[in-house]
Design a protein. Structure first.
Length: 317
């Protein structure tokens, strides 16, 4: 590990605290000059670090930069992790890693994305400093018939991670959006790599985008998108998300997350409008989320149907 990285780890573990140059040099086993050089390079990266004679250096408690070092401080799983300031799309980065053989749990995080992908071919607004954009490679014995269940599991994991870190409980809109006070704060898109010959899924790649900080949204999102109104660390949220995602998907067959998902559903019991791809929207009543993650609806004529595909969007009336 580089001096810069060791120093960042130390600062993140002792945020808001002055640490003398001498004790940093001692604990990192390097010279004072090397410490000074590493502090300078962290400052150039944008870390709010101040130095006071006779007290030492301090990383401001308000520092909000994402880093591998800070995520690993609270991360319980040992996984390969890459944190970008900016990338095109963490989903794309993870797909490439998965094709190259990356193992279960490999995660990619970005502070901003230039080509964030959303559901139904839409783009996902991903400005710098405001959100958390995370994708993972999940390797397990999944098959295509489980795609909605995996999406539901990923959604429950994201909601639980947000609740654990921010103290705020989001509402879940089937199949995989999280809302607060009627505004979307998190979107999830699960992609998969399949083996053409066997038809088996070789990797599932959930991509999660969370609006963490107050922001001006572009015109088309205004009034529809929101953020989490709490003070919390994006690094801690990233660690919790990765841990929960791994724990939930490792035990996917026990469906233990379904109770949480149902309890926080903002759709069940409501009159909704359903739009299937390339079809006119129709009204229905949302009755339940079944054990495989499907949404059971009742049409106006009393007919019941279970929606199971991601190529459906619903609106609550
Ligand atoms: C949606 O609401 O339409 C799903 C949005 C999913 C966005 C996330 S952000 C991290 C990951 N990388 C992407 O390009 N998309 C997903």
């Amino acid at each position: 590990m580089s001096v810069r990285s060791e120093l960042l780890k130390l600062f993140e573990a002792r945020r808001g605290e002055y640490i003398s140059g001498e004790s940093i040099a001692l604990s990192l086993g390097v010279s004072r000059a090397a410490v000074w050089k590493a502090v300078k390079s962290l400052k150039e990266e944008g870390y709010p670090i101040d130095g006071v004679p006779n007290r030492g250096y301090r990383l401001s408690a308000a520092s909000d930069l994402l880093s591998e070092e800070a995520v690993r401080l609270t991360l319980r799983h040992q996984i390969p992790l890459t944190v970008y300031g900016e990338t095109d799309s963490t989903l794309k980065r993870c797909s490439i890693l998965a094709l190259e053989g990356a193992g279960n749990g490999t995660a990619v995080i970005a502070d901003s994305q230039t080509a964030g992908r959303g559901r139904l071919g839409r783009s996902f607004y991903s400005p710098p400093g405001k959100g958390l954009y995370l994708s993972m490679v999940l390797r397990a014995d999944f098959d295509m018939s489980r795609s909605v269940l995996i999406t539901v599991a990923a959604c429950a994991a994201a909601a639980q991670a947000i609740e654990a870190v921010t103290g705020i409980t989001p509402d879940i809109k089937w199949v995989n959006d999280l809302y607060l006070n009627g505004k979307k704060i998190c979107g999830i898109l699960c992609e998969a790599l399949t083996d053409f010959e066997s038809g088996q899924i070789t990797a599932v790649i959930p991509g999660i985008g969370i609006n963490c900080r107050p922001q001006e949204f572009p015109e088309e999102l205004r009034g529809k998108a929101g953020w989490i109104p709490a003070s919390f660390s994006r690094n801690e949220l990233a660690a919790e998300l990765i841990d929960r995602m791994l724990e939930i998907t490792e035990n996917i067959e026990d469906r233990s997350f379904m109770d949480y998902y149902r309890a926080h559903s903002m759709v069940v019991g409501k009159e909704i409008s359903v739009r299937k791809i390339n079809q006119e929207p129709f009204p229905a009543r949302a009755l339940a989320v079944d054990n495989d993650g499907g949404l059971v609806i009742r049409h106006g004529d009393g007919r019941e149907e279970t929606l199971t595909t991601g190529e459906v969007s619903i609106r609550i009336k």
